[in-house]
Design a protein around this ligand. Sequence first.
Ligand SMILES: NC(=O)c1ccc[n+]([C@@H]2O[C@H](COP(=O)([O-])OP(=O)(O)OC[C@H]3O[C@@H](n4cnc5c(N)ncnc54)[C@H](OP(=O)(O)O)[C@@H]3O)[C@@H](O)[C@H]2O)c1
Length: 125
Amino acid sequence: MDLGIAGKRALVLGASRGLGRAIATALAAEGAEVVLAARNRERLADVAAAITTPRARAEIIDLADEASVNGLAQRLLEAGGVDILVNNTGGPPTGSVRYTGDTATIRIPGVAPRAATTNRYASRR
Ligand SMILES: NC(=O)c1ccc[n+]([C@@H]2O[C@H](COP(=O)([O-])OP(=O)(O)OC[C@H]3O[C@@H](n4cnc5c(N)ncnc54)[C@H](OP(=O)(O)O)[C@@H]3O)[C@@H](O)[C@H]2O)c1
């Protein structure tokens, strides 16, 4: 496939694994210059090494840290900006829902449990 993006610069956030890694690899295969961003230096280096086009490089960044984000933005602006932004990151922690009678209690790690009344059985009454 030719997406017409050869030579464009793409910033892929969350590029050290998962969807970000796959997207970065696909963009590089189209000839884009790929900036790989995430926190884990070793995994980013693995991704960069696996991309065989000459222009892939890693940037260590913590998207939860404003100074880190601004620092990367500044470096990229000084280098001419980006043409493509893949605004990706990790998902929320997995939680659970437990039903007791008409009450649903939602538990997510690091967040206080929440209970809510549900009409889940309403149609059976
Ligand atoms: N996979 C699916 O089927 C699917 C379906 C629907 C939606 N999604 C959503 O798509 C997104 C990506 O999914 P995924 O499965 O590829 O996730 P993943 O495998 O957990 O990858 C998340 C990526 O984000 C990076 N990351 C996480 N927190 C970061 C932070 N604070 N700063 C910088 N980088 C950070 C991680 O790298 P480091 O740990 O190295 O920083 C990693 O490269 C998530 O938001 C997910 O909820 C995924």
